[in-house]
Design a protein around this ligand. Structure first.
Ligand code: SF4
Length: 129
């Protein structure tokens, strides 16, 4: 948020995290949780994009080397069609290394897990081994 403010980038953020409903939605299919997560995130974003008459919506997930890139694209395009606002696709992974260097240079918080409690657990056990 501080970075965006310094660069004059307007940000719309969702500050709540619906932990219980997320867990209920992925229970017994935890290995498929990213599929649900992409769809849920994109749906919320696309609705806001549509309401705000934005040209398109996209995702920072397209930058990650750890995400299922093809599934992100497929889900984004499908949600875009459902909601009537285009999904902007670009493969941003070639900026991965530069992004890490830049975030370190700016002393930004760098989260070592994807975002949900399952990914935090995986990171925790990886570092404990
Ligand atoms: S936060 Fe990351 S690891 Fe967790 S479900 Fe979403 S995309 Fe998958």
């Amino acid at each position: 948020m501080e970075y965006a403010e310094n660069k004059g980038i307007k940000v719309i953020s969702q500050n709540s995290y619906e932990l219980e409903s997320f867990i209920q939605s992925v229970a017994f299919r935890e290995k498929q949780r990213c599929r649900f997560c992409y769809h849920d995130r994109f749906n919320s974003t696309a609705k806001i994009a549509k309401k705000g008459k934005f040209d398109a919506f996209s995702s920072t997930l397209l930058y990650s080397r750890f995400q299922n890139h093809d599934l992100i694209r497929q889900t984004g395009e499908s949600v875009g069609q459902e909601q009537g606002v285009p999904f902007f696709y670009r493969d941003f992974r070639n900026g991965w290394k530069e992004g890490i260097e830049e975030s370190k240079r700016l002393n930004m918080y760098r989260q070592q897990y994807c975002g949900c409690i399952y990914s935090e657990k995986e990171r925790f056990y990886r570092t404990c081994r």
